[in-house]
Ligand binder design. Structure first.
Ligand SMILES: Nc1nc2c(c(=O)[nH]1)N[C@H]1C(S)=C(S)[C@@H](COP(=O)(O)O)O[C@H]1N2
Ligand SMILES: [Mo]
Length: 237
């Protein structure tokens, strides 16, 4: 359905990126609804990626902006802070997708901005109400046209951190790839240019400096930086 010519492909991609909305993604005429991602078996406990994209899950209540605790978010980085040139930055989305993506920060920033004020909870015993702004991960996954067998999502970070998430959590409407914190551009220490943020997962699931998102059918022996040292994998809140 998508022409092989890189130029045509880029044009299609740009049109889709610039006109993107969750509803438009699935129902709009941009050629995004593909017969190959519709009509696969519905698994109740382990819902298919297409069912999850069509049925957004229940929203977690958010806080008003007045509840933001500007100094409560403690920088928590296991090693050193990577310095990524935002101009050279690319987010790769690959694995079990029909259309692997390689997106610049600019392309991410022309997609619809979602802003949410939520509580960040670290297992080390602190929490902070933070406002995050960025792109819904579900929109990015939909854009990459996931294959029916995609069940988990791996996040690779520039500091060597890695994480894996279950598909329902990754496609939750409040799971965002963010580039703003408390109304400002994300700082390098907090994960710039792009990090994960979600009110449904503990802090260690929320990878900073994400450069690659890979959809996979099964979990690998490596499940996450902290998980591989004994932390619980699901990390739900
Ligand atoms: N790449 C990367 N992401 C990471 C971490 C890390 O060390 N490296 N630490 C995690 C932990 S334990 C927490 S609590 C949050 C902290 O985010 P902050 O440093 O922006 O407060 O980032 C998470 N994401
Ligand atoms: Mo944490």
């Amino acid at each position: 359905m998508f022409p092989d010519s890189p130029r045509l492909w880029q044009r299609r991609q740009f049109l889709q990126l610039s006109g993107l909305s969750s509803i438009g993604l699935l129902l709009g005429g941009c050629g995004l609804v593909q017969s190959d991602i519709i009509g696969k078996t519905f698994e109740p406990f382990n819902q298919s990626v297409e069912a999850l994209l069509l049925n957004p899950q229940k929203l977690v209540p958010e806080f008003p902006a007045s509840a933001i605790e500007p100094n409560a978010l403690i920088i928590n980085t296991f090693d050193s802070t990577p310095n990524i040139d935002p101009k050279a930055f690319r987010l790769i989305i690959d694995g079990e997708v029909n259309r692997p993506l390689n997106l610049s920060l600019e392309q991410l920033q022309i997609m619809p901005l979602s802003v949410m004020t939520i509580r960040h909870v670290c297992v080390e015993g602190w929490a902070a109400i933070v406002q995050w702004g960025g792109v819904r991960l579900r929109d990015l996954v939909a854009l990459a046209k996931p294959k029916a067998n995609a069940r988990y999502v791996y996040f690779k970070s520039a500091d060597g951190y890695y994480e894996s998430w279950d598909m329902p959590s990754a496609l939750h409407p409040q799971t965002l790839m963010v580039y703003q914190k408390n109304g400002n551009p994300l700082s390098v220490e907090n994960g710039a240019p792009l990090r994960l943020a979600s009110p449904i997962k503990l802090g260690y699931k929320q990878s900073k400096w994400v450069t690659r998102i890979t959809l996979v059918p099964e979990l690998l022996p490596e499940k996450g930086y902290w998980e591989d040292q004994g932390y619980e994998w699901f990390g739900g809140l």
